[in-house]
Design a protein around this ligand. Sequence first.
Ligand SMILES: [Mg+2]
Length: 444
Amino acid sequence: VIMHVDLDAFFAAVEQRDKPSLAGRPVVVGGLGSRGVVATASYEARAFGVRSAMPTAQARTRCPGAAFLAPRMSAYRETSAQIMRILAAHTETLEPVSLDEAYLVTTGGSGVGEDSSARAAAVGRTIRREIRTHTGLAASVGAARNKLMAKIASELAKPDGLRVVEPDEETDVLSPLPVRALPGVGPATESVLTSIGVRTVADLAAIDPADLVGLLGQAHGLGLSRLAHGDDDRTLQPDRAARSISAEDTFETDVYDMHVAADLVDRLADRVLARLTAHGLGARTVTVKARTTAFVTLTRSATLAAATEEASHIKATAARLLNEMPVRDGLRLVGVGVSSLEPWRQGTLFGPEPLDETGQVVPRPPARSVAPASQRPYLPGEDVEHAIHGRGWVWGTGLGRVTVRFETPGSEPGPVRTVAEDGNLWRVPLGASPFGPAAGSFES
Ligand SMILES: [Mg+2]
């Protein structure tokens, strides 16, 4: 039995756990600058229509009452390491997919006559309880006979649930889902399928595989046909470290208008960026792939001076690479990939575009006089300590003063005070969480 474990609204849930005043309130974690995008929204914010990969500016319009916080990647990585240790204790085969998501094969009691579904459910309940106890967070767990069904099961289990899909239930579970629920179905494939009246997985399963091959090509067409029937023979890849992340999509009809191609490259870059953020990574190399109507596949890559997770850098690079390609004879497919992946560095942790209290972007200092890390602006969500008032987190800044909510994980919701940005206030790098090991102990 394969299990898919996925934390609910992970980044936002860590913030709600560590900031008691935010429990049960809308929280949005992401880039706070003018071009920032949402990394994760809490369920309370999702109720207002806020979604991952949405521009943060749009999220502010939809849910002005939310707390908008810069990511604290160190806290997420620390919690992720705890979760993966818990999962590793329940299996010999663990495939981490991102900071908050993993597949595992359930172990123990394998045996003739034993009910494998009941066993999987018991393991799933134990895993959910242990994650709750040790990290304070809610994990949803899906179990089924392959990765596709396990992932769909965990999706159905959300929020905070467990779902086992038996082999004889698979058709009933899959049939009503939109085709987008299948891996490999992006916006362009979806629009091809919609154009022939295929909206649900049941519609897709009813199509002759040969017709899908005609529409989508051999590999994609046959692959989708199998997935629509719940067939998935992908094995777990225990040692897989993310070396590259990519997304590609086929055009409905051959494309000769480069604006259309550029638009798809931009949307594919959003998908790649969302996964990059989920892994807590930045990328140094950006690659664009294009297949012409003559079935010639071209790739162009660019390596940046330093790894970045900044959407504008990656998108601008991808756009430039597409522009440089000799593709005047029309396109069938484009793809965007990133590689040379590195964990987010301290300098980029809090986003490239710090805001002042009026929401204006704080101008970057000239390159020659870059302020030391200790002098960069305080950003919303950051952990701080004050000589008199104690521990808290940054609510806002401006004019040499910092507004702080003085509370800590496990405390009662605390008061908000505005204090001077002076020697009495300092950053707390990590370890504010009572759930975590000592600061930095998981990072080598
Ligand atoms: Mg998740």
